[in-house]
Design a protein around this ligand. Structure first.
Ligand SMILES: Nc1nc2c(ncn2[C@@H]2O[C@H](COP(=O)(O)OP(=O)(O)OP(=O)(O)O)[C@@H](O)[C@H]2O)c(=O)[nH]1
Length: 360
């Protein structure tokens, strides 16, 4: 979920930055028309510098596989700080006491920048706390601008602006939270299988891609267990499809209780599931199988135990360099388990381990 939010934030930062990279230098025309040539020249330089930052943010880039959220936060923070920083520097360039009509109006518009930035936070899927944290430096710059040149922070002069900024923060919090919530429900719906609640093959593929890359980077093992229920068709044939569905739901419930917190359970096909098991070396697999055996896979409608054939692979022990090969090999071992008489697991090294009561 955090990864999806990070992707949305990065995409929006890039879109807005691309827009600002064009608009900010264009506004130089107004500076040249309104201010004296010396001030206008400095403002144009400032605009070009701001535009360069926006171009840098908008530039197509790869999303960090390991820290997408950190990348999103840094990019958003940089984007948010540019307009208030522009305002703060422009205050040093312009003598506020000597402003005439048009200049005064333009400076007032610049003074709105921090407020606009706070309102702009509303388009990002952020939590209330995140909006508060992003707002603090913007508020800090706005207050610094208010007290620049030795002026005092006076309620009658600045109270309305501060109040307006707080209102903007409130709106951004409400909007950010409702976006996060809506996105969460959409992502959850898209990622999980409606019958069993396990992850869909598509989201499982995404998880495999990411987890394989992370485990390769840290030289840690990533294991995959490929489950295929034994003679599941006979349940459908004898008791109907609904009974088969109930068996699948009960199976997922049990597997969930057996797997660890960081493991990911995916419905790979009809009655095929894979469990992605990060940091599970081959030597921990007997313990994993023991847990599976103890929990069982549930029962068939006639009360007899439901059994499964399992193929297990582990990236380091099997010397696998890509996740599709890891899954393919687990699939082959699952078929080997079927050929070996079902109700068993085939582990790295092609070791076949029976799972049923006879094996305990
Ligand atoms: N109830 C139900 N059945 C499903 C679902 N998805 C797939 N199936 C059934 O699962 C059965 C799989 O059967 P087979 O691939 O022949 O395998 P099997 O009967 O389990 O036999 P072995 O794998 O050889 O042990 C088929 O009858 C599918 O219709 C589902 O969502 N619900």
């Amino acid at each position: 979920m955090r990864r999806h939010a990070a992707l949305v934030i990065i995409a929006r930062v890039q879109l807005i930055s691309a827009l600002f990279a064009v608009l900010v230098p264009l506004w130089s025309v107004v500076d040249v028309l309104v201010f004296d040539s010396h001030t206008a020249a400095w403002l144009v330089v400032l605009r070009l510098a701001s535009a360069a930052v926006f171009v840098g943010l908008a530039w197509p880039r790869q999303v960090s596989p390991s820290h997408p959220y950190l990348q999103a936060v840094i990019m958003l923070l940089i984007m948010l700080m540019v307009p208030p920083a522009f305002y703060l520097v422009s205050l040093q360039l312009i003598d506020a006491s000597a402003l005439v009509n048009g200049q005064f109006l333009v400076m007032q518009l610049y003074a709105f920048m921090p407020t606009i930035v706070l309102g702009g936070l509303a388009i990002f899927p952020l939590t209330a706390l995140e909006i508060l944290l992003f707002s603090l430096p913007v508020l800090g710059i706005a207050v610094t601008g208010m007290v620049s040149g030795g002026a005092e922070l006076a309620l009658d002069q600045h109270g309305a602006t501060l109040w307006f900024m707080l209102m903007m923060m409130g709106v951004a919090m409400f909007s950010g939270m409702s976006q996060s919530h809506y996105m969460e429900s959409l992502v959850h719906k898209a990622m999980t299988d409606p019958l069993t609640g396990a992850y869909t093959r598509r989201s499982g593929t995404e998880a495999l891609e990411l987890m394989f890359r992370l485990s390769s980077m840290s030289a840690k093992p990533l294991a995959v267990a490929f489950f295929d229920l034994d003679r599941f068709k006979t349940i459908n044939d004898q008791y109907g499809h609904d009974a088969g569905d109930q068996v699948l739901c009960a199976l997922v419930e049990r597997l969930r209780q057996t797997l660890r917190r960081g493991d990911v359970l995916v419905r790979w096909g009809g009655e095929e599931f894979i469990a992605i098991l990060p940091e599970m070396p081959a030597d921990q697999m007997p313990a994993f199988l023991r847990r599976l055996r103890e929990a069982g896979f549930g029962t068939r409608p006639d009360g007899s135990p439901l059994t499964a054939s399992i193929g297990v692979t582990e990236s380091l022990a099997d010397g696998v360099l890509d996740w599709p090969v890891l899954v393919e090999l687990a699939d082959q071992r699952m078929y080997e388990a079927k050929r070996g008489g079902r109700d068993r697991a085939v582990l790295p090294g092609d070791v076949s381990v029976p799972l049923g009561p006879a094996a305990v």
